[in-house]
Write a protein of this length. Structure first.
Length: 291
């Protein structure tokens, strides 16, 4: 990697490190969520320009890769692979508290005038992300008018693993995130997920999530890392793409990318991307699967 002038794993394979991305010194020295959110926003770069350079989707834009294994992948095989992996990793989590602190800070700023907030975390396993975002002190901070922010805050998790749902003690419901309930249309202020790489059809999953987000100022937060790139596709992590691929896919299904924050690698953290997006004004051109 660095022997060839590369900063990280992302671009070794996907951008060839001709123009490596390097976080600013202020980003590297950031001490809390506020500083990370301010100093680690995407800087000009070939990949990030794909996120922030245009609101329109071009048919030539790459949107990542979905892997198929052992011949035709049936839905039953997909569910079994996902549940087997989730059950093996019940006590593990991809999300770091550092990243969730930044997500909490962004939500606080984005919904700063709200006193009631509803969110859903897809692929939440036993509910660590649900707990972390629900208990964020950022959500209890007083606004300029003295009113508490999002005093009425409720977050639900979803997961495809029955064992994970049971262990969550009511915080996570059993659900395939490619499908949504009919009464969820416009029900959620925000959707968070770090598991789009588990999708067999990521565009359909994003369409379903878009359908459930409130249209006025609802927010989607996608959390990814180098482990979500194409080189890490396997039998359970079916989708892979660069941060630019993720953004191109978001535009394709009717999202507008608002912000991209890249949290730097440290001695205790791997590199993480946070993509914040809102529903664009594009019409709903695709059918959403409901249950």
């Amino acid at each position: 990697g660095r022997a060839f002038g590369c900063w990280n794993v992302h671009f070794n394979y996907e951008v060839c490190c001709l123009t490596p991305f390097r976080p600013s010194e202020l980003c590297l020295r950031a001490r809390n969520a506020q500083e990370l959110l301010w100093h680690c926003r995407a800087r000009p770069h070939r990949e990030f320009d794909r996120c922030l350079g245009s609101d329109a989707w071009s048919g030539s834009d790459a949107t990542g890769t979905v892997g198929w294994f052992h011949g035709q992948l049936t839905y039953e095989k997909y569910v079994k692979a996902q549940r087997d992996k989730a059950d093996r990793e019940l006590n593990e989590t991809f999300a770091s508290m550092r990243a969730l602190d930044v997500v909490g800070e962004y939500l606080r700023r984005h919904f700063r005038t709200r006193t009631r907030l509803r969110g859903v975390c897809h692929g939440a396993k036993v509910g660590m992300e649900v707990n972390a975002l629900s208990r964020q002190p950022n959500h209890r901070r007083e606004g300029n008018d003295g009113a508490s922010f999002a005093d009425d805050l409720w977050i639900l998790g979803t997961d495809i693993s029955e064992e994970a749902v049971l262990k969550s003690k009511g915080q996570v419901m059993l659900m395939d995130f490619h499908m949504v309930y009919l009464d969820w249309q416009g029900a959620w202020d925000f959707v968070y997920s770090n598991t789009l790489d588990h999708s067999y059809e990521p565009g359909s999953a994003l369409l379903a999530w878009r359908w459930t987000i409130k249209g006025d100022d609802g927010l989607l937060v996608l959390h990814r890392s180098e482990f979500h790139s194409t080189i890490h596709i396997d039998a359970s992590d079916l989708y892979g793409g660069s941060v630019g691929d993720y953004c191109a896919l978001l535009r394709k299904v009717g999202f507008e990318v608002l912000d991209v924050v890249r949290l730097p690698r440290t001695a205790v953290h791997h590199e993480e991307d946070l993509i914040f997006a809102a529903r664009s004004s594009a019409a709903d051109l695709f059918e959403v699967q409901t249950v």
